[in-house]
Design a protein around this ligand. Structure first.
Ligand code: 13P
Ligand code: SF4
Length: 315
């Protein structure tokens, strides 16, 4: 097997033979998004993982996403083509430190972002994603005191939107913290008609200049329905693939990072997944996600709580 099209064909054959599906996040490279059976944000991917007829789920994304799929579909084989595909945000919240944080803030409901390890989810009362974080917090009684973890920017965004009593874990994402407000303003001066669209994991000064703030899927929907022709996109640049597919004539400018030499608007973890790794992973059925039964049981409860609320709200 030599050429790229041979590999793509082989992946198709293996998928059919093994009754496997590929779920891909919007931050994957365009070629991976194009061979996936389903492409989405964290919430949509969890929903898809929980309801499909496949025997094998190959996750083209990062580890916390594949773990969430395993928790939601423990009877299925869940594969992740590269186990090093982690998440700097999830890594910023270690179970032993989080336990101390919960103990130091007693009597609070623990709302954890899906970008956490299975162990952190097992310590949480309810999970949220960037698509439903506000609604999940608002679903709690108004006087309920909350811990929000691990993203301090999303936490701060939710706090400002809901006005709730929230203590926030001090974690960040290496991609979303890197966008430069100065460079975004400079770019806006070059393209005065551009709309600035921002993921809530970005820092407050960047959120303050946004025309629209939302999860990856909401940013995509916004560019589909909005009348503008130019967008400055402050999230991982992989999402631009779907934006271009939906509206090829519009212009999408990745928001520049603080360090113009670092290529930081790409998530280095997401980009560890390649077509070649997907092929070998499907062929050899490894690396596979294994989780302790008790962790699956404990982490499943807060995830299911989120899934039920999202379904009820039509999210
Ligand atoms: P979404 O839930 O918006 O897809 O975001 C996932 C993520 O990892 C953001 O960095
Ligand atoms: Fe994690 Fe940031 Fe990559 Fe999203 S972009 S997976 S939060 S490191």
């Amino acid at each position: 097997m030599n050429s790229r099209s041979d590999i793509l064909n082989e992946i198709e054959i293996l998928k059919k033979k093994k009754n496997a599906i590929i779920l891909a996040h919007f931050y994957q490279t365009g070629d991976i998004q194009d061979i996936a059976d389903f492409v989405g944000d964290s919430l949509a991917l969890s929903q898809k993982a929980a309801s499909n007829d496949a025997d094998i789920i190959l996750f083209a994304g990062v580890k916390f996403m594949a773990e969430t799929a395993k928790i939601l579909a423990p009877e299925k084989k869940v594969l992740l083509p590269d186990m090093n595909a982690g998440c700097s945000l999830a890594d910023s919240c270690k179970p032993e430190d989080f336990e101390k944080f919960i103990d130091a803030n007693p009597g609070r409901t623990v709302v954890s972002y899906v970008n956490t390890s299975a162990e952190i989810k097992a310590m949480s009362d309810i999970i949220c994603t960037s698509s439903n974080a506000i609604q999940i917090v608002e679903s709690l009684p108004p006087d309920e005191k909350i811990i929000f973890a691990p993203d301090r920017n999303l936490g701060n965004y939710v706090l400002n939107k809901t006005g709730r009593d929230i203590v926030i874990w001090n974690g960040t994402c290496h991609v979303h913290e890197e966008f430069s407000l100065e460079a975004i303003i400079k770019l806006k001066a070059e393209y005065p008609d551009a709309k600035i669209i921002v993921h809530p994991e970005c820092e407050m000064p960047v959120r303050m200049v946004a025309d629209f703030i939302g999860s990856t899927s909401s940013l995509l929907s916004y560019t589909k329905s909005d009348a503008s022709n130019v967008y400055i996109v402050a999230t991982e640049a992989g999402i631009i693939h779907q934006m271009k597919k939906a509206n090829p004539d519009k212009i999408y400018l990745p928001a520049p990072p603080k360090d113009s030499t670092c290529g930081c608007s790409e998530c280095s973890f997401m980009k560890l997944i390649t077509i070649e790794k997907i092929y070998f992973c499907l062929k050899n059925e490894k690396p596979e996600i294994y989780l302790d039964k008790e962790v699956i049981l404990k982490a499943g409860k807060p995830i299911m709580r989120m899934m039920k609320i999202s379904k009820k709200l039509g999210l």
